[in-house]
Each structure stands twice: as C-alpha cells, then as structure tokens.
Design a protein around this ligand. Structure first.
Ligand code: HEC
Ligand code: HEC
Length: 301
C-alpha cells in the first residue's frame, strides 16, 4: 500500500537527487576552480599513464614519497560517498571523513581560504566526471614524517586558517590576485622556503628556495629587481603564464611546466592580469636562487 509517508519520502528523494544532479552552471564554474587550483597534476599518474584523477601520482618530497589518492566519484576507491561537508572539511581543514589528518603535501593549508561557493562548484565538477575504480597506493614515508597522528601537532603549530584574508583597503583586482596566488594557485607551496619540518616561512613568502617540494631549486618571484621578477615586463609575465616562455626564449619545465599547462594557461585574461598586479605589489625580497648546477652566490639563502 502506498502511504502518504511513502509519497512524501519519494518526493523528497526526487527533490534531493535533482538538487545534487549536476547544476550545469556549477559544473562550468567548478571546472575553472579545478584548473586554477591545479588538482589535476597531483591527482593523475601521468608518468604511469593512469586515468585522470584516479591518483597514484608519485610525489617525491624531502620527507619521503607520497602517492596521491583517487579523487574520482568512485564509491569504493574514490570519494563517491562523500557529502559536501566531508569534501569541504578535507579541502579546508585537512581532515578526512574518519577524522584522520591529511599530510600537508595535500595543500589544504592554501585551500583553507577557498570560498564556500568555489568548494561547492568544485565538488559538482568532480562528481560530473567518470568514476574510476582504482585502489589507492600507500605512501612510502618513514618515521616520524609518516606518522599521521603527528600531523595533528604539526597543524596546531603551523596551520592557522586561510593564507590570506580579503583586504577591503585594496581593490577587487588585487584581492582576486591574492586569492589566485595564495589560495587556489598555492604558488607558495613551491616558491616559498620551508622550515625544517616543512612549514612555509611567511616572512620569505614567494622568495624562492634551493630546495623545493621535489628537492630542486625554485626561483624568487617577488618584485626584487636583482633576484626576483622586478625587471620583467608585463608582456614577459603574460608569455610565461600563457605559453610557458621565459624572457630568454627558453620554456619552463618540470613543476612549473605542469602549472602552466594545468593552471596559468587556463586563467582568463582578467585573472592573469590580477596575478601580475598582485605579484608586483608584494614586498620585494632579495634572495638569489642559483639555477641547477650553479654554485650558490653570496646572497643566496
Ligand atoms: C601538491 C599535490 C596536490 C594538489 C595540488 C592537490 N592534492 Fe589532493 N591530495 C594530495 C595528496 C598527496 C593527498 C593524500 C594526503 C594524505 O594521505 O594525507 C591528497 C588528498 C586529497 C583528498 C582526500 C582523498 C581521500 O581519499 O581521503 C581529496 C578529496 C583531495 N586531495 C582533493 C583535491 C582537490 C579537489 C584538489 C584541487 C583543489 C587537490 N586535491 C589538490 C596531493 C595534492
Ligand atoms: C610545483 C611547483 C610550482 C608551483 C606550484 C608554482 N611554481 Fe612557479 N616555478 C616553479 C619552478 C620549478 C620554476 C622554474 C622553472 C624553470 O625555470 O624551468 C618556476 C618559475 C616561475 C616563474 C619564472 C621565474 C623565473 O625567474 O624564471 C614565475 C613568474 C612563476 N614560477 C610563477 C608562479 C605562480 C604565479 C604560481 C602559482 C600560480 C607558481 N609559479 C606555482 C615551480 C612551481
């Protein structure tokens, strides 16, 4: 017998499904957030020709080797069973649905500043893609850095919320640039030096480091004229962000090559100009980073 209760339950279910079934605008907006946040590079095992977002990408860091997890909507191997709240907590707080803490190689310290709307749209986009049933691979990280419970202490010491706050004294373009650089783009994850336990050193934001996440040198992108990008023309920065070309005609490789492919080349012209305006406004820091195989100069950290 069909009771009123059943009818209501079915109606609620249909309404809920319709609300969850991808809102096409949310999916389009979510794709832009996904690109600007560079999720694809880390979560796809390109070297092993793995399917998009199914994880297994090897991330060799000074602390050990991490393997990214599957973030497709597969219910068993991916995040298909996650609620919106689970997803928001993982991205902005670095906490798993079971309460465990994620290692900060997943840049939630940057994503902590993501707006509610961007988080929702991003999930709508991920859930619109094909699920892939590929199991996760365990990390190969020795003690103490491989001890997940210690991450709680690390977070207590070094993680205190969003990396930037909106600044009402600055214009919308500057605020957008700050959000793209520090939150979505997590540029500092590579371009800012770290302390010995892997926390970014805010006083040296974007000043480059000889030991980036994969052990290689990362240039200074503050507007210091001698050691940063202070003498680059806007057109040179645009060429780098659009096609990966450096002022000397060479093309960026490695980590930045991926950032250009997955992120900066997909920015709208307005977003690219917002990033350029923002980078020109940060304090210039004198920090010379020698290129590979070069002897460190006197003024290098
Ligand atoms: C620099 C590499 C990197 C980037 C960029 C990155 N992630 Fe991850 N992500 C990881 C790693 C590594 C883990 C596993 C962390 C752990 O095991 O503690 C992870 C974990 C996750 C998890 C938890 C999955 C699970 O099964 O518990 C989700 C969800 C996730 N990432 C989504 C994203 C999204 C969405 C983006 C883009 C906004 C993103 N990630 C960008 C490296 C990255
Ligand atoms: C995965 C690490 C990584 C991330 C994330 C990253 N970069 Fe880079 N970046 C590099 C590396 C490595 C180079 C040097 C590439 C080369 O010379 O081949 C570089 C070079 C650059 C340069 C050229 C500087 C110079 O002196 O040659 C600029 C500008 C730059 N990055 C801006 C950014 C911005 C803006 C972001 C955030 C949207 C970003 N990068 C995110 C690794 C990264």
């Amino acid at each position: 017998m069909v009771t009123a209760r059943t009818v209501i339950a079915v109606a609620v279910l249909i309404a809920a499904t319709a609300a969850n079934a991808a809102d096409p605008d949310a999916v389009v907006r979510g794709k832009a957030v996904f690109d600007a946040a560079g999720c694809k590079g880390c979560h796809t095992d390109v070297a092993g020709k793995g399917p998009a977002l199914a994880g297994g990408r090897r991330l060799a860091t000074p602390f050990g080797v991490f393997f990214s997890p599957n973030i497709t909507a597969d219910p068993d191997h991916g995040i298909g069973r996650w609620s919106d709240a689970d997803f928001a907590r993982a991205l902005r707080e670095g906490v798993a649905p079971d309460g465990g803490h994620y290692f900060p190689v997943f840049p939630y310290t940057a994503y902590a500043g993501m707006t509610d709307g961007d988080v929702r749209d991003l999930k709508a986009y991920l859930f619109s893609l094909p699920p892939v049933a590929r199991p996760n691979r365990p990390h190969e990280v020795g003690p103490p850095f491989g001890w997940r419970f210690l991450v709680a202490g690390w977070k207590w010491l070094y993680f205190d919320g969003p990396p930037v706050a909106a600044d009402p004294a600055r214009d919308a373009q500057w605020n957008r640039g700050a959000y793209l650089v520090h939150v979505l783009g997590h540029c500092g994850e590579c371009h800012t030096p770290r302390n010995p336990v892997g926390a970014l050193r805010p006083a040296l934001a974007l000043a480059g480091t000889r030991q980036g996440p994969d052990g290689g040198a990362i240039p200074n992108i503050t507007p210091d004229r001698a050691t940063g990008i202070g003498t680059w023309a806007d057109a040179e920065l645009r060429a780098l962000f659009s096609i990966g070309m450096l002022p000397d005609g060479d093309f960026v490789g490695g980590g930045m090559g991926e950032v250009v492919d997955n992120t900066t080349s997909r920015w709208s012209a307005a977003d690219r100009d917002a990033v350029i305006a923002y980078l020109r406004s940060v304090p210039p820091i004198h920090n010379r980073i020698a290129r590979e195989n070069k002897k460190p100069a006197d003024d290098e950290w």
